[in-house]
Design a binder for this molecule. Sequence first.
Ligand SMILES: NC(=O)C1=CN([C@@H]2O[C@H](COP(=O)(O)OP(=O)(O)OC[C@H]3O[C@@H](n4cnc5c(N)ncnc54)[C@H](O)[C@@H]3O)[C@@H](O)[C@H]2O)C=CC1
Ligand SMILES: O=C(O)[C@@H](O)[C@@H]1OC[C@H](O)[C@H]1O
Length: 480
Amino acid sequence: MAKQHIFIKNEWIYASGNTIAVSNPVNGKEIGQINETSVSQTDSAVSAALTAFPAWSATPAPERARYLYAFADLIDANLEDLALLLTQEQGKPLLEARAEVSFSSAFLRHAAEAARRLEGEILPGDARDEHIMIHRVPYGVVAGITAWNFPVALFTRKVGPALVTGNTIVIKPHELTPLTALVLAELARKAGLPAGVLNVVTGAGRTVGEHLVKHPDVSLISMTGSVRAGREIYAAASHDIKTIRLELGGKAPFIVLADADLDKAVQAAIQAKFVNGGQVCTANDRMYIEEAIYDKFVAKFTEAVRNLRTGDPLEQVDLGPRASQPEVSKLHAILERACRSGAKVLLNLNDSSGPDPAHTNGNWFYPAVLEVTSNDLEIMQEETFGPIAPIMKVSSLTEAITYANQSKYGLSAYVFTQNNRNIMRCVAELQFGEIFINRGAGESVHAFHAGYKLSGIGGEDGKHGIEGYLRKKTLYNNFS
Ligand SMILES: NC(=O)C1=CN([C@@H]2O[C@H](COP(=O)(O)OP(=O)(O)OC[C@H]3O[C@@H](n4cnc5c(N)ncnc54)[C@H](O)[C@@H]3O)[C@@H](O)[C@H]2O)C=CC1
Ligand SMILES: O=C(O)[C@@H](O)[C@@H]1OC[C@H](O)[C@H]1O
């Protein structure tokens, strides 16, 4: 697998567009290069997927599954190398990178297990001697577009369901974190996937990504990323009325009530805020703490944040660097605006920590804890996607739910309480697609990850995620 190549029809092709350097977020050092895929090369990738589609969709599902099991086995066999490369291109702690790689093969195995459950329906006709059959059939060519925060997991989260249902796919990884996607393509080739079933192109979203979305032979688009990109993709796909699935941003409320297990709530709040350095769409992005336990929670949480270690992700740290320098600038601006609009700084490790001399060129931003008194502040409304933790006091669950729902996002929410009535009220009243009760972040592959409002459309994971890669074909069979 040579540098600056893309993967089309199981072959490595030199991409002819501009070169994009891939840098290690720890120190800014170049670790690789990709080239932008040209328009004609993107067309070739889609053409390869289209050509492979008839044979692949006619392959019995259990046979398609066998390729996915083999792919998953190769990912597991190469876990350490993949995790190391993931840490080098994205910056997450190696321990988290290993977990992501393991999770990525779990996505493939879950999809493979669905091979025997791609069911249709037979209905009695209204006319004599007539049956109605509802078939579930693949779309054809899928465009998979992924974000930089979980480049390995998001790759297989889309490839698994797309392929087991008989679709073929062209994947475009984020231009910041493309290298792991290219390694995954090589592992898929070694797993024996037929040529053209999986193709990988590289380049930026508004060039390569947009051309892929608009390509007339792409029938389904599955993208994970920002609301900004999601809107652009939605618009680009509208011309041909394409089917799209968008996993976008979030602004998860983290509600802790007076009857909660306080230590468990603090531990989960830390985990859900700082895993992947806060660069998670389901991150705890605003905390609402009932007044009776507010001071205790704030003291425990702030002390725990003070003890977090930020540094070289190859060492025993809790946070690595930001994925890019623009993310660092964005977070400093968010913090400054929050303070100017009245947020009180309870802790800001950016004041006391300076980058380790060995990391002076890295993308460093350190955890900060804020106390806010208004739910209207930008820090309580806009996605942070970083280690800034705003906390607000609430008088009741009712007030917490009101504040939580005052959001243009609706992906994940967290609630800590030991009262069943409170839990059932949250299920009924919280306007979020995914609610975590008395636990931290982290989805299960067989559940369903879907956002309301600006957080997306369609959803992923579980049987409903598999269903998203199938459409129905209704047959009226009159045999009178
Ligand atoms: N809901 C979820 O599961 C997730 C949501 N996100 C959200 O994504 C954001 C950060 O991730 P980024 O990767 O920086 O987002 P991004 O939106 O910049 O990029 C996401 C992907 O879309 C592509 N893209 C961008 N503009 C495009 C266009 N006009 N046409 C076609 N493709 C385009 C990019 O090249 C990339 O591959 C955050 O807001 C985060 O919350 C990130 C991960 C998961
Ligand atoms: O996309 C996200 O940020 C989350 O859904 C994240 O992606 C893969 C991880 O396993 C999820 O927690």
